[in-house]
Design a protein around this ligand. Structure first.
Ligand SMILES: C[S@@+](CC[C@H](N)C(=O)[O-])C[C@H]1O[C@@H](n2cnc3c(N)ncnc32)[C@H](O)[C@@H]1O
Length: 505
């Protein structure tokens, strides 16, 4: 079903959704936490049962727009008094079958909270597996999923000029980017995805988002952006007969070539000082470390780049294959399941793949030469949106790059509010065996530190400069002050990057 964009109808739709209180928490309240989890797992029957017999606007809209179920024209007219059932059909979001209105898309509420404040959106996308009742069509336009929210949360929150969102899908990253950016160019190979992005911008009354069709950097060749964001189609997929190529998750290349190409080429559209943030998968091959491969992609960029790559998770080929076969709507036990999983295993075996990494890639185009090259595995608990933390880390690194050790001696630091210290003692022994610093926010890092560093962090209360504290700690521990300073300062730099410490000014 083709979408027909119409600003007046979108405004009427928005006012109806608003009046019905069609918000994420209200919908959850309709069916409760457990049923909500079931919906997240693609099991919608419990939610349908919870709505049975209800005729209020919120319940009708949840049934049609959230779950993708049909309803009578009269009940939808009552739930959408300004738009009407016919308006929903005219927008291309539903069709009529006699007296029934049958949705052709989902429109789900989405909460958003960031530096610009709290907000609520409604995001239209194609019907999901549960609504379709089987494998998805290959041209499916994805709704907001876990990866979408991860990248939306990772996006830097400071104000910026031009932002590029590659592979915009329903437009969630573009909408998010527009909260910080003056203008956003959103690209996709899928015309239907671009239509959803335009519709979602209209529905949420957001201007300044331009959509362009084309693959990767083609639609913006020769242009530069201060920020690039992308949740690209990174899913590694066998290029074999009978394996569906889902446009929404698979860029049509072999192995992890799409992410490799993205990393190699993104520098060409980054303005000096610009930052690119993307999610990706990378393969571990026999005798080839996955993060080392990402490093080689960064090195292959014609524009030298700073890089911070965080691997969050690793899967073995079987777990990866099963994850993505199931994600396409093919259930374990169905006839297609085993051949599809085998196709994935054969594909991985052909390249000697032993594991697949998933994580976040942050690239920065320096004005002079790159100084940041962090490739790390961080699997700690992440409590909230990471954007502010990533922004603080990049700001600390830029400030530190310009600081000599003498400057750092003179700096006054403060321990971050989310840091706690745990000391583990052998029973009966006074001195601790292990001292741990734990971070409640950010990447939830846990560090083993020695007594000198623990003392420095503990004393960093925004009062005395680092150099004074180091001398006092050297006296206390009866060690050479110069040697202690040489040992501590690089680690203080690290703690400033990772957010355990901050500058007091
Ligand atoms: C994983 S979805 C991400 C959608 C959305 N940005 C989000 O975060 O939820 C990837 C998107 O990339 C698009 N895509 C696939 N191949 C592409 C290519 N070669 N160039 C640009 N976009 C592509 C797909 O159509 C899809 O909309």
């Amino acid at each position: 079903m083709t979408l027909h964009l119409d600003a007046d109808r979108c405004a009427a739709f928005r006012s109806d959704l608003h009046a019905a209180g069609y918000r994420a928490d209200a919908v959850r309240g309709l069916w409760g936490a457990m049923v909500d989890t079931a919906v997240g797992h693609g099991l919608t029957e419990p939610a349908r049962r919870a709505l049975a017999g209800r005729t209020d606007a919120l319940a009708v809209l949840a049934g049609v727009l959230f779950l993708g179920g049909a309803t009578s024209r009269a009940s939808l007219d009552a739930a959408l008094p300004a738009l009407g059932a016919e308006g929903l059909v005219e927008l291309g979001l539903a069709h009529l079958e006699g007296d029934l209105v049958v949705p052709d898309a989902l429109v789900r509420p989405q909460d958003i909270a960031d530096a610009a404040g709290e907000g609520h959106w409604w995001i239209a996308s194609d019907l999901d597996e549960a609504a379709v009742g089987g494998p998805l069509p290959t041209g499916h336009v994805l709704g907001v999923g876990g990866a979408s929210l991860t990248l939306a949360g990772l996006q830097l929150t400071s104000h910026v000029g031009r932002v590029l969102d590659i592979g915009t899908g329903c437009g969630i990253q573009a909408l998010r980017a527009r909260r910080a950016g003056d203008t956003v160019v959103a690209t996709d190979v899928s015309e239907r995805a671009l239509a959803f992005t335009r519709l979602n911008a209209l529905l949420n009354d957001i201007d300044g988002i331009e959509t362009r069709a084309g693959s990767l950097f083609e639609p913006v060749a020769g242009e530069q952006f201060e920020r690039v964001v992308s949740n690209p189609p990174f899913v590694i997929t066998p290029r074999a007969e009978g394996v569906p190529a889902y446009e929404y998750r698979d860029g049509g290349m072999a192995g992890d070539d799409l992410v490799a190409r993205f990393v190699r080429e993104v520098g060409t559209v980054l303005a000096p000082g610009g930052v690119a943030q993307l999610l990706g998968n990378w393969e571990y091959r026999e005798e080839e470390d996955g993060l080392a491969r990402v490093r080689s992609w960064v090195a292959g960029s014609p524009v030298a780049l700073d890089a911070w790559v965080v691997e969050r998770e690793q899967l073995d080929p079987l777990a990866y294959a099963e994850l993505w076969v199931r994600d396409g709507g093919t259930a374990p036990g169905s006839p297609a399941y085993a051949p599809l999983v085998q196709a994935w295993l054969d594909d991985f075996a052909a390249r000697g793949v032993t594991a697949i990494g998933f994580g976040y890639i942050t690239l920065h185009r320096p004005s002079v030469i790159p100084t940041l090259a962090r490739y790390e595995r961080l699997t700690g608990n992440i409590a909230g949106a990471l954007g502010p933390h990533v922004g603080d880390a990049l700001a600390a690194w830029q400030r530190l790059s310009a600081m000599t050790d003498a400057d750092l001696d003179a700096a006054v630091l403060r321990v971050a509010l989310d840091v706690t210290e745990a000391r583990h003692h052998v029973p009966g022994v006074e001195d601790p065996q292990v001292i741990e610093l734990r971070q409640g926010g950010g990447f939830g890092r846990v560090l083993d530190v020695d007594p000198a560093l623990a003392a420095l962090v503990g004393a960093s209360d925004g009062d005395l400069p680092v150099g004074v504290l180091v001398s006092a700690i050297a006296d206390l521990l009866e060690v050479d002050a110069a040697a202690l300073r040489a040992d501590l300062l690089p680690r203080v730099r690290e703690l400033l990057f990772t957010g355990f410490l901050g500058f007091a000014d």
